[in-house]
Design a protein around this ligand. Sequence first.
Ligand SMILES: [Zn+2]
Length: 141
Amino acid sequence: MATDRYYVCEKGHKIWAGNLFDCLSDQANDKKHPCDSCSIPTHIELVFDFADGPCLCKVLASFYEIIDWPIEDGKTREFYPFLIVAENVENGEQYVWSPYWHIDRHPNGTIEKRKYGQYATVVNIDSYSRLLEKAKESGYL
Ligand SMILES: [Zn+2]
């Protein structure tokens, strides 16, 4: 859903962030991307295409898990579910975005293909919290 992504510094320099998987996994792994122009730390901004127009959001946190299983010819499929906490830069509303990828990896570790999940949800963080609470109250978390 979010296709446009940038590294943005406090001075407002904006740099295209390139590969979305790398951008979000670097954030999760605390890998910094200093500004190309002034070398100060940057944060990630994403553009969500909501029905009422584009929404610019700052990534506050990124988390992911790797779940893998064997597939044909000795290869491994790795599933990467992400949980991204992002904040609307205009009104401060926070969202939970859950993109995901599949990576098929050869036995020697090289990547055969990386496939992006196209139907990730973006949910207001309060609604997301209430969903988790309902699952907890029912004994599932
Ligand atoms: Zn800068």
